[in-house]
Write a protein that binds this ligand. Structure first.
Ligand code: BGC
Length: 753
């Protein structure tokens, strides 16, 4: 049941630009400077925070018109109370915007974004965002701090888990799908939210993978490799952006005029508003840009519209106006953009649009939403190894030893950023396996080891005071002996290991990205039993897995799969669904290879194998990753024909078609992600060795074959040259089609202008 509208906004306003202009202009005429600055102030009431400051006096601030939005709250009762303060008690009755970090689902949790990206299925990704929007709006929200589209090439950085990996074109596809899912056909719809694309920009380029660290890169690299997903989100109609914590060209992104105005608005045509990240305005002082008044003025002048938590705008902009350090026009434009966002969301028509206690009961964690979560999780799993077809497991007559500290675990199933997620409701892997095996086989369980026994590490993982990770009362040896005994008695061992929830995500950089030592020790003991060893790997980032790759029989990478984790894992282990996920981030052999990514440049001295000197390689390790971008096995096998082209000499805007025949040569029905890469071996600048340009996901029954055709046009050949012009240069191009970035068939063409 919808609640009564505020009288002040009972008049209908339709979302057409001219009407919006007239409405907002009319409203702004009535506003004082203080009220305008108030709209630029975003506060949290402390239910979810990632920094030191939590705003106080929120109630008075809202009534006085000093607050434009609130985040960190959800639930219709609570949100309504806060909205009432603004709509019923402030002078101009301007509604608040309500935001939250809804990152991979609201209540029903989906796989972490890095896992979701491994589906290579934009329909599923969009569906996840749509469901998240429906659940979030059912709990009073209208704005989500997602998608995170930061390209990351360094798995030490914990926030690689929140993005779509290393490829700029692919990242753009995912960004667009997420924005469309959140915002729906119109943001005025009751079940749509406004997306907030973050973190603008280049946040994933942090030096040494260390959180919040300096970013410094050339313009060509920015444009070619890091900016495309943000641009794709603008093109998809994203309503808001969040500035990042890092510097860009030496200037913090939050106060960077080139970034927020010249690039985002003038070059890309972005029409929404930009909010800072959490206290990012204040943090510009630590970057060395001056005191709070100086950095706040700098941020506003650069094009930042809303200040998250730090109250720099609130406390200093009026003073700066009086002193001529900012202009009224600059305050007005930021205020206008925030009001426009509220207008686009339909909040002036109905400030209580997402406050419907009925929907809160019916639309959250529904069986359909859980079903979708399970399906998306299954599609996100990447089979990294499967020697001797040890997977899928037989559903009956098998003795399975389930071991590992993540096997009988619910909390870690959800992964990072699950603000409103309820881990108690998630399904553990052990439960999922029991659901399928029932009475038809034997399943034993032993924890086997602690997640980690490193006290300093543990203390950091437990920063929020909860026992996210704890040490078992039993001794390590007792736990290990139990696991080994179970393994010896079983036909197959399923070891559920890897990273716990707080090991990845924000402020979770790791210098060693292997499985923690206590778990490694258990894996080594299990391998010694000689029983087939299946690793179910939980991870928020690529890990170094050379030992596991050598010694385990199978490795199924399940990331952090979400609420339905255990059911999804079991469906895949027993072959009810044949895994088809492919990596979107390279897995290094060692931390020493980082940054490592498939679309690197050639060097002047490329290495091509064998003992050699004065080539670009390491003395102690190969250049190759352990698992490359685009890689992922299936229970079945696929063969690829050579690439057939419609022509080999092209001119101007002609279209090239590249066709391969893909055959399912194995025993199971399965999906395959057919990938298209293009190389431009001679150009005016040194180009990446290859770039992903397209993909198609197909489904084939055993013995079935299908022609897969890609259309390639000059748009696929374009790149940023040294003058930052986006164009293509004639010459030879290599077209590669295959099952991963390192397993392709190629053909060459000449393309003239
Ligand atoms: C994070 C953002 C997040 C914000 C609000 C920050 O620390 O960097 O991604 O949206 O907090 O919670």
């Amino acid at each position: 049941m919808a609640l009564p509208l505020s009288k002040a906004f009972a008049q209908k306003v339709t979302p057409a630009d001219a009407k919006m202009d007239a409405f907002v202009s009319g409203l702004m005429k009535k506003m004082t400077v203080d009220e305008k600055i108030g709209q630029l102030n975003l506060v949290t009431v402390g239910r979810a925070t990632t920094g030191a400051v939590v705003n106080s006096n929120v109630e008075a601030g809202i009534k006085n018109g000093n607050i434009g939005g609130v985040f960190g709250v959800w639930g219709t009762e609570y949100v309504q109370k806060i909205q009432d303060l603004a709509v019923k008690n402030s002078r101009l009755h301007i509604p608040l915007i309500f935001g939250l970090d809804v990152i991979h689902g609201h209540r029903t949790i989906f796989p972490i974004p890095l896992g979701m990206s491994a589906t290579w299925d934009m329909g599923l990704i969009q569906e996840s965002a749509q469901i998240a929007a429906k659940e979030a709006t059912a709990e009073g929200l209208n704005w989500v701090f997602s998608p995170m589209v930061d390209i990351a090439r360094d798995p030490r950085w914990g926030r690689i888990s929140e993005g779509s990996g290393e490829d700029p074109w692919y990242g753009g596809q995912v960004a667009a799908a997420m924005v469309k899912g959140y915002q729906g056909s119109s943001m005025t719809n009751a079940d749509a939210v406004m997306a907030c694309v973050k973190h603008f920009a280049l946040y994933g380029g942090a030096e040494a993978g260390r959180e919040y660290n300096t970013v410094d890169m050339s313009r060509i690299k920015m444009y070619q490799d890091y900016l495309p997903p943000y641009k794709a989100a603008v093109d998809a109609g994203a309503g808001s952006f969040m500035s990042s914590f890092n510097t860009v060209d030496g200037i913090p992104a939050t106060g960077n005029k080139w970034l927020l105005t010249d690039l985002l608005r003038k070059q890309w045509g972005f029409k929404g508003f930009v909010v800072s990240d959490y206290t990012a305005v204040n943090e510009m002082s630590n970057h060395g840009l001056g005191d709070l008044q100086t950095v706040s003025a700098l941020a506003l002048k650069a094009g930042l519209d809303m200040d998250m938590v730090g109250e720099g705008f609130l406390k200093t902009l009026k003073k700066s106006l009086k002193e001529g350090k900012v202009t009224q026009a600059e305050i007005d434009i930021a205020c206008r953009r925030v009001l426009e966002a509220k207008y686009k969301l339909g909040l002036f028509n109905n400030p209580y649009k997402s406050i419907d206690p009925e929907r809160e009961k019916t639309d959250v964690m529904t069986p359909a939403n859980l079903q979708a979560s399970r399906k998306i999780a299954e599609h996100s799993f990447v089979l990294l190894k499967n020697a001797n077809q040890v997977l899928p497991l037989k559903k009956s007559g098998t003795k399975i030893a389930v071991v590992g500290p993540l096997a009988d675990d619910k909390r870690d199933m959800l992964g990072t950023w699950v603000v409103a997620g309820e881990w108690e409701k998630s399904v553990s892997v052990l439960e999922g396996i029991h659901h399928i095996v029932g009475n038809n086989g034997t399943v034993t369980y032993a924890k086997g080891s602690n997640i980690t026994e490193d006290t300093m590490f543990m203390n950091r993982l437990n920063y929020f005071g909860q026992q996210m990770v704890s040490i078992d009362k039993r001794s390590s040896d007792d736990m290990l002996n139990e696991a080994v005994k179970n393994a010896k008695d079983a036909d197959v061992v399923v070891a559920v290991v890897g990273e716990s929830q707080s090991m990845s995500g924000e402020s979770s950089s790791r210098s060693d990205i292997s499985i923690p030592e206590s778990q490694e020790r258990m894996l080594k003991a299990l391998a010694k039993t000689g029983k087939p060893l299946v690793i179910v790997l939980f991870n928020g980032r690529p890990l170094t897995l050379t030992w596991e790759d050598e010694h385990a029989d199978a490795i199924l990478d399940v990331w952090a799969p979400g609420t339905e984790a255990g059911n999804a894992v079991a469906e895949v282990l027993f072959g009810n669904y044949n895994p088809a996920g492919k990596l979107t981030a390279t897995f290094p052999r060692s931390v020493g290879q980082i940054p490592i990514y498939y679309n690197h440049k050639n060097t002047g001295r490329p290495y091509s194998g064998g003992p050699t000197k004065f080539k670009s390689n390491y003395l102690d390790i190969s250049n190759d990753p352990l698992y490359p971008f685009g890689y992922g096995l299936s229970y079945t096998t696929f063969s690829y024909s050579d690439v057939k082209l419609n022509k080999t000499n092209l001119k101007g805007n002609e279209t090239l078609t590249a066709t391969v025949t893909v055959t399912n040569t194995g025993k199971y029905e399965g999906e395959e992600v057919v990938q298209l890469y293009v190389s431009d071996p001679v150009a005016s600048i040194s180009r990446s060795v290859q770039e992903l340009k397209n993909f198609k996901k197909i489904n084939l029954k055993p013995g079935e074959k299908q022609d897969v055709t890609f259309n390639i046009t000059p748009a696929d050949l374009k790149f940023y040259n040294s003058r930052l012009q986006y164009d293509w240069e004639p010459g030879e191009f290599i077209i590669r089609v295959g099952t991963s970035s390192v397993d392709t068939h190629m053909a060459k063409v000449n393309w003239s202008k």
